[in-house]
Design a protein around this ligand. Structure first.
Ligand code: 3PG
Length: 306
């Protein structure tokens, strides 16, 4: 039985050691395709894989066609918009994710971005503080909850909007529920986005919502660029020189920001949210365990395709 780790953005070495320990203890062989540069390399590596662990790597119908023996693919992470679920089902491949395993790393990045920005990039210029400020969590899943816990430590006032989460759950984390996204954007100086990319959420954050934000508001996006309507984003940035956008994903309109909105944005060069040793270990080992468990017991708890 071969388990292929195919990651264009490699896990930390310590995570690979632990993934190997889990797979080899089960009697499987671990094969590594790390830091691959093009799809051809991925296509060449998949034909004899029985199981595959990926990160944001695209699992397309082409990859699945080439992966003749594949029975299970696990996305070591939360968002599985990179897996073609319909094609996985058509190829009789079980698709899973590992929810919650890298959430703290993403939540910490939210504050790393904010703190750097509001202290003027450590330039010596006078900055601002977080204590007493409002933060709004647009989406209150695993990452949103970690962000809430950290924000409390900073003495912030917390709000959230998530139609899928009850007021009771939010209250347990010290968060006040907003009944509409408009209310969240009106109330909060900091908005942190924590939603998946799908048909409902894509382009759902645009001009009408962003124009509601208070003076000097900061929008933080560590989820997916697709959820932002970039035409609306550019328009509000033209209208409102007080706004900042901090994103763990370069937007398609990055060059416009570079030309026109200097010092009002941070875009990481590569998605960094889950790129810590701890998150790599948590998500990678969870993926390996889920594969072993699936083969040994048929456990499909984290299956995301039908
Ligand atoms: C996720 O959905 O889990 C995060 O976006 C992390 O993605 P990555 O594994 O590609 O860093």
């Amino acid at each position: 039985m071969k388990v292929l780790v195919a990651t264009e953005k490699a896990f930390a070495t310590i995570a690979i050691t632990q993934i190997r320990a889990v797979t080899e203890a089960a009697g499987y062989e671990l094969v590594l395709l790390e830091n691959y540069k093009n799809v051809a390399d991925l296509l060449a590596a998949v034909p004899d894989a029985d199981a595959m662990i990926v990160r944001s790597d695209l699992v397309t119908p082409g990859v699945l066609d080439a992966a003749k023996k594949l029975k299970i693919v696990v996305r070591a992470g939360a968002g599985y918009d990179n897996l073609d679920l319909t094609a996985c089902t058509a190829h009789n491949v079980v698709a899973m994710n590992t929810p919650g395993q890298n959430s703290n790393a993403v939540a910490e990045l939210v504050f790393e971005l904010i703190l750097y920005q509001i202290r003027g990039g450590f330039s010596g210029k006078s900055g601002t503080e977080l204590r007493g400020k409002t933060i709004g969590l647009h989406g209150f899943g695993n990452v949103g909850k970690y962000v809430a816990d950290i924000a409390k430590g900073f003495g912030m006032d917390l709000y959230a909007y998530d139609p899928l989460v009850s007021e009771r759950v939010m209250k347990n984390h010290g968060v006040k529920q907003c009944s509409h996204s408009d209310e969240l954007y009106l109330k909060c100086q900091y908005i942190s986005i924590h939603m998946p990319s799908n048909d409902v959420t894509n382009k759902s954050i645009g001009y009408d919502l962003l124009r509601k934000m208070p003076k000097n508001a900061v929008l933080v996006n560590t989820s997916r660029k697709e959820v932002i309507d970039e035409t609306g984003l550019l328009k509000i940035f033209e209208d409102r020189p007080d706004l900042s956008y901090l994103s763990d994903i370069e937007p398609d309109c990055k060059t416009v920001f570079e030309e026109k909105f200097k010092s009002r944005f941070i875009f990481t060069a590569k998605k960094m949210g889950a790129q810590t040793e701890e998150a790599n270990i948590n998500a990678g080992v969870a993926a390996a365990r889920q594969i072993v468990d699936y083969f040994k017991t048929g456990n499909e708890k984290y299956r995301v395709n039908k």
